[in-house]
Structures are given as C-alpha cells and as structure tokens.
Design a protein around this ligand. Structure first.
Ligand code: GRG
Length: 321
C-alpha cells in the first residue's frame, strides 16, 4: 500500500468534500465548489486517513471529515493566495478571482474556512483548537514570505519558517487530526504530527525546486513564477550564497520584478549551478526525519506507506538534479 493508492478512501473523500461545499444558494455553491470540482490530489485527507490506520485504527467517517477539514483550509488558502498573486489559472481551470472577481474569491475562501471550522468543531474542542491555530500558522508563514519579497538578503531561517507555516504545519495537523479522531495513544499522535511536519517540509522544498526546473508545460503554470513574484526559495538562496561571479550575476538580476528575458536568464543561472542539488540535500534531511519518526510508530502497512512517501516524493523531482 502506498499513500497514493488508497482508492477506496478516495470516493469517501470526494463525497465528503462535495457535501461540505453545498449551500442553499446555488451561486455560492458554484463558487465554493469551483476548485473542488477542478481536481487536486487531496493529500491532506489521504494523510489523515493513513495516520488513523497506523496501529490498526479505524477509518471512521469522522476521520474522513477531519481530513476534509484540513483540505478545506488548504482550498480556502488557495482562493486567497490566487487573489494575492493575481493568478488566473489553477488546476487547469480559471481561478475564482479570474472568473468571478476578487471580492467573490475572498468571501468564498472565508466560507471554506468557516466550513472547515464547523467540521473541526463537530470533532471536539481539541481538533477545533488545533485547526484554528493551524489557520494562524498559515497566515504567519505567508506574512513571513511577504515581508521578504524581492529581498536578496533573505535568510534561510526566514525561508524555512515561512514554509513550515504556510505548508508543513497543515500536513502535521492533518496527520494529528487523523490520529486524534481515531483514538490513537498520545505518543503515536505526537510522532505522527512530527512525520506530517517533516513530510510537509519535503513537499514544499520539492515544489520550490520544480518551480525552477520544470517547464511551463510540465507545471501547468508559468515556470519561474516565484522568481518573478520576488519569492526567493531555497535553490535561489543557495545560488546567491555561492557569491563570486555566479552569485553576483544572479543578485544583479533579482531584487525587482523581472521581464521574461530576465526571468529566463535568472532561471538558467540557478539551473546551471549547485543551488538545486543543495536544496534537494536539505529536503533529504527532512525525508530522513520523517523516516526516523516511522521507527517510533507501530509496525504495519500504514506505517510502511508513511515511511516510503517522502522519499518517493523527492525522487519524483530527481530528474531535476
Ligand atoms: C486563508 C487559511 C488562509 C491563509 C491565508 C494565502 C495564505 C494565507 C496562505 C497560502 C499558503 C499557500 C498557497 C501555501 C502553498 C500551498 C501548496 C503547497 C499548494 C500546492 O498544494 P497541492 O500540490 O495542490 O496539494 P493540489 O492542487 O493538489 O491540492
């Protein structure tokens, strides 16, 4: 069994996702369900379910709903993120802001957060408090990123704390909620949270590597988008830190919005040097941390799936380095 192959559960996740975005108002339902219908990997519910399975826990409907509450927070954050970035496509379709406008995207994003909170509250005070804190962590991660936009002196600490907040925490929370709702013991709940956070760090570093190395066609969105937007991720920070002619040339291009020729030049510099491999080496440390967490979990098929998942994810980006 792998994380991605839990197909029985996929139907349950889809049903619960669609149920969560039904409203009495067809206009709001259409906007709130826009990105649900458009697809997505549903990784956060998959993680919650895998966590619940560790040690033979039951995958009840409440476990599925717990995972769905995390996926709804993810979706709400995407609605808002697309407004912030003025993006016009996501998951191969028009964004909500492009199709209906910014006000609708913000309000529908808020609505998704409200649905997530309602589900979490139905699962108990601990889950509700955790989800509320996690929404705050996402905002903190995003603010940290915003504060260092176009900052070529951005520190690695800033990068790591930002991706921990904006991405990794939600995976930690998905695993934790799955474990809590399944009634697993506390040490297992804590270890699954550690696994989720480490997996989430791998996830975001891989995402940042692919933004540099993939083509626009492979990504389904413009390559080098982060560079253009002034978000300097680990491969870029590592290339800048090389100093010398490479670091200086890259620094002279960055620090301001780029036109397409400048973006391609900056991408070529990062791709031609060790920044990508060096970022992958850091991702490997988080893979190792996630694998080590699995040594403290009850053995079984679910633990094996969790142990394999971060390495598989990193290898999927391997042609890039
Ligand atoms: C409103 C909760 C809330 C937060 C506001 C805008 C914002 C603060 C946070 C956005 C953070 C953000 C965009 C993080 C990146 C998330 C990420 C890794 C997206 C890609 O996730 P996938 O690959 O996407 O799981 P799919 O489409 O498969 O769901």
């Amino acid at each position: 069994m792998t994380l991605a192959s839990m197909d029985d559960d996929r139907g349950r996740i889809e049903t619960a996702m669609l149920a969560a975005v039904q409203t009495p108002d067809p206009y709001l339902t259409e906007i709130a369900s826009h990105l649900v219908v458009a697809g997505g990997k549903r990784l956060r519910p998959v993680v919650a379910i895998a966590a619940a399975r560790v040690g033979g826990g039951q995958v009840t409907d409440d476990v599925v709903r717990g995972g769905v509450s995390c996926e709804l927070v993810h979706l709400g954050s995407l609605y808002h993120d697309d407004v912030i970035d003025e993006s016009d496509t996501r998951r191969g379709v028009e964004t909500v802001n492009a199709k209906w406008g910014n006000l609708q995207a913000i309000l529908a994003g808020d609505f998704l957060l409200s649905k997530a909170s309602e589900i979490a509250a139905s699962l108990g005070t601990e889950v509700a408090g955790l989800l509320a804190r996690t929404i705050g962590w996402l905002c903190q991660g995003e603010v940290e990123q915003l504060r260092h936009t176009y900052d070529t002196a951005r520190s690695e600490d800033s990068y790591l704390s930002s991706i921990n907040g904006k991405t990794a925490c939600l995976y930690g929370t998905a695993a934790r909620i799955g474990a809590i709702v399944a009634g697993l013991d506390r040490p297992t709940v804590d270890t699954l949270t550690e696994w989720g956070n480490a997996f989430g760090m791998v996830f975001q570093i891989v995402d940042d590597i692919l933004d540099i190395t993939d083509t626009t066609e492979q990504l389904g969105k413009p390559a080098g988008h982060d560079l253009v937007e002034g978000v300097y991720t680990l491969p870029v920070l590592r290339t800048l830190a090389m100093g010398g002619s490479v670091g200086d040339e890259l620094a002279s291009l960055l620090g301001r919005p780029l036109d397409i020729a400048e973006r391609d030049k900056a991408l070529a510099i990062v791709r031609a040097n060790e920044g990508v491999e060096s970022a992958a080496a850091t991702a490997r440390q988080y893979v190792a941390a996630a694998e080590e967490a699995c040594d403290d979990l009850p053995p079984g098929a679910a633990t094996d799936a969790l142990r394999a998942a971060p390495g598989v994810l990193l290898e999927s980006a391997q042609p890039a380095f």
